[in-house]
Design a protein. Structure first.
Length: 164
């Protein structure tokens, strides 16, 4: 399922929302991993803004995942297997592991999520399909999540600029 296409069925919508769930899991795990992998010395040297940014990103991703999962649960569609969705996310949306630093990695994660939601919203808006869940509820949820991802991009960019 490409986001260049219109969303024509509940199954397609469910699959795309599931991709969002897994994408949020990846973002959350990467932010938590960055914090966990820091040595005591690195953590002491870490700017409070960066530590707060990573903690907030992990918390926000968990909340986004829950909101997306609720939409999937309400759809009249069979869910796609987790392994299949995870493979799609890995192939299309996961950034390489060696970004030059924590901030660049977090920026990439935020931008990837923003772009995914932007494309998903456009694909739903281009569709005239009636879904088994309220279309406006889906779009409102996705727009809110996209706006939060945009704020995340701006926050990371601001921290990077302050450190430059």
């Amino acid at each position: 399922m490409s986001l260049g296409q219109r969303v024509a069925t509940d199954h397609q919508l469910a699959r795309l929302l599931q991709i969002g769930v897994v994408l949020e899991e990846v973002v959350e795990a990467r932010a938590e991993r960055h914090l966990a992998e820091l040595s005591a010395e690195e953590r002491a040297a870490l700017d409070d803004a960066i530590e707060a940014l990573l903690a907030e990103a992990a918390e926000e991703s968990a909340e986004h995942r829950d909101r997306l999962a609720a939409l999937v649960d309400d759809l009249d569609a069979e869910a796609t297997g987790f392994e299949e969705i995870e493979a799609l996310v890995e192939e299309h949306y996961t950034a390489p592991g060696d970004f030059d630093g924590v901030l660049y990695d977090q920026l990439c994660n935020e931008e990837t999520a923003y772009k995914f939601y932007d494309d998903l919203i456009a694909a739903i808006e281009d569709s005239d399909t009636e879904f088994s869940v309220d279309r406006e509820r889906v779009l409102e949820t996705l727009r809110e999540i996209r706006a939060e991802e945009e704020e995340g991009v701006e926050e990371v960019t601001e921290v990077m600029e302050d450190r430059a």
